[in-house]
Design a protein around this ligand. Sequence first.
Ligand code: SAM
Length: 282
Amino acid sequence: MKKSDLVEISKAYGLSPNKKLGQNFLVSDEFAERIIAASEIQRSDSVLEIGPGFGALTERLAVAAGSVTAVEIDSGLARYLKEKFQSFQNVEIVHGDFLKYSPAVRFTRIVSNLPYYCSSEIIFRIAADYEGCDAFLMLQKEMARRLVSSPGTPSYGALTVTAGFYFKAELLFNVGKGSFHPSPDVNSSFMAFRRKVPAFAGIEAVLFHKIVKSAFWGRRKTILTSLSESPHMDVPRNDVSEVLGSCGIGHKLRGEDLGLDDFIRLAAAFKNHGGKRNNGAS
Ligand code: SAM
């Protein structure tokens, strides 16, 4: 979709971009094509698109995939899209908030140029509710960097580790501000989130999330202090020390020095320790 088409449709439907809803629409056909090609869509795919906007990706998705369900929060845009796609047998437009959406069908792939004000909530919603589904998402470049960063670097944090538990995240390409209208304040990156089989579920997964939050809550503190003083856990310092020792993790390291595998080992070790001592970690 070109900027001039977008301006014309907006006028005809009395629409104007809502900044609060992250409405920066893609106006580059070149990048729309690249997004579809990079999303590895098969004819057998049932695709969920989050925030279709004016449909810059939706029509291309409908051509490439078996079916597309597009969830749009903005009532004016949803009205426009329902008219535009009424003759498409394989496109369903849903007017609603993705964060409150309960899908009736199982999707095989999610594609979205995300609204940046709620990108991390959307990623964690996908992780929790769309098991087995790969996602191809446009994100703020800064956030993309955090998602693919390595331990010991400034952008590495709880987001990196938590997303890494569910997905193998890969930065595919960057997109400049000029490819959107209105032009956002930030640059963007298109990323693949390929599902992993999680290391565990249930109580160990709950522990894993508490440990990650605690480790980065006390970012400047040693791992021993941040885990034993964390508001997210209730484990005496001596017990934390014992668990760290059993995992071969030095007390003086910091959360930012630990890799995903260290956090996974810690969750398993705290679970064993909790079983023995019935402490507050679980
Ligand atoms: N896909 C379109 C494109 O590439 O031009 C629009 C992308 S724009 C960055 C984000 C879209 O998400 C907007 O259409 C916005 O109204 C919609 N949106 C924002 N929050 C949403 C939510 N919670 N659920 C569904 N759609 C949402």
